[in-house]
Design a protein around this ligand. Structure first.
Ligand SMILES: C[S@@+](CC[C@H](N)C(=O)[O-])C[C@H]1O[C@@H](n2cnc3c(N)ncnc32)[C@H](O)[C@@H]1O
Length: 304
């Protein structure tokens, strides 16, 4: 459980976020430990780094590192995710299901079910309505009293799953979803990007959408300037730079749309993926480097 002092600083942070422009919000996310590769030092062993990463997930109270934010609400999601997210959420019906991968404390889902006047009424996504059911997923259990109260009220309409990464769940365990979201969750943190994407696509209904973001990446619309460093770096089989969106577009049965705002710092790709048929496949990536962090630094290479 987070302490009262952390709670109040978190509340202060949330209030500040509501007031700031999104460009500033993105800049806030960039604060904290260095977000780029230490070019000079040798890459520490991946297994040591994944152990360090587990400690970040398990951190509690004052030990939670700066920048490991677990309480973004629906208004924050509306700002970070691609433009179609709120419309899609608002259109969900009683039979639809929403999965939030890397939900932290599940605040976005709490907001979805909150009475309209309790959630930043003028904000985007405020009319979302709480009609569909939702699954919140986090490696570590960060449920709060507010979550437990809501779960007691809504019963099986909401579920919080924890204890393992997305790729270790089966479709039988979770079912299928109309919308899957990920805001600085598994897509930013996984050490197995292709299996993560395969699992997301297998959990989506045909016609469903995955909405996510990735920061410090090679944007599809931008040219590299010398010395640019990335937090998530992809290379093709020959070692040449590969953009995350070009890689995603190699997948079968998906429509990938990438947006970015020139003013956002760090450079952040907003990604929307629609599953258009059931026979999905994802071009496989192997992990070359992993350095624990929030999010971690990662380097992947396309397998031939
Ligand atoms: C920085 S928190 C973000 C929480 C929330 N989305 C927010 O914006 O407040 C990262 C979350 O991603 C989760 N996570 C990281 N890797 C994951 C994976 N491979 N599968 C599922 N969840 C993952 C963590 O357990 C944690 O809940």
């Amino acid at each position: 459980m987070i302490t009262d002092s952390i709670k109040s600083s978190v509340q202060g942070w949330k209030a500040a976020v509501a007031r700031l422009s999104l460009a500033s919000v993105i800049a806030l996310q960039a604060l904290g430990p260095p977000a780029v590769w230490p070019q000079e030092s040798a890459q520490p062993r991946i297994d040591e780094e994944t152990e360090k990463q587990k400690k970040i997930y398990q951190s509690r109270g004052a030990d939670v590192p700066d920048g490991y934010v677990i309480n973004r609400g629906l208004l924050d999601y509306a700002g970070y995710l691609p433009s179609g997210f709120c419309d899609a959420l608002e259109k969900l019906g009683t039979q639809d299901r929403w999965l939030d991968v890397g939900t932290g404390a599940g605040h976005a889902i709490l907001d979805y079910y909150a009475p309209l006047n309790a959630v930043a009424p003028a904000g985007k996504c405020a009319r979302a309505g709480g009609i569909a059911s939702a699954v919140a997923m986090s490696i570590e259990d960060r449920r709060t009293d507010a979550w437990h109260r809501l779960a007691a009220r809504l019963g099986e309409r909401i579920r919080y799953v924890s204890g393992k990464a997305l790729r270790h769940y089966s479709v039988d365990e979770l079912g299928k979803f109309s919308i899957i979201t990920d805001v600085y969750g598994g897509f930013s943190y996984t050490e197995d990007l292709s299996r993560f994407m395969e699992k997301v696509l297998s959990l989506l209904e045909v016609g469903g959408h995955f909405y996510t973001i990735l920061q410090y990446v090679h944007l599809v619309t931008a040219k590299d300037s010398p010395g640019t460093e990335y937090q998530t770096e992809l290379v093709d089989a020959a070692g040449r730079g590969e953009k995350v969106c070009s890689w995603l577009k190699k997948s079968a049965c998906v429509q990938v749309t990438c947006e970015s705002k020139g003013t956002w710092e760090p450079p952040t790709e907003q990604i929307s993926i629609r599953k258009v048929c059931s026979d999905v496949s994802v071009a496989r990536m192997k992990l070359l480097k992993f350095q624990a962090g929030n999010p971690p630094n990662r380097r992947f290479q396309l397998e031939p």
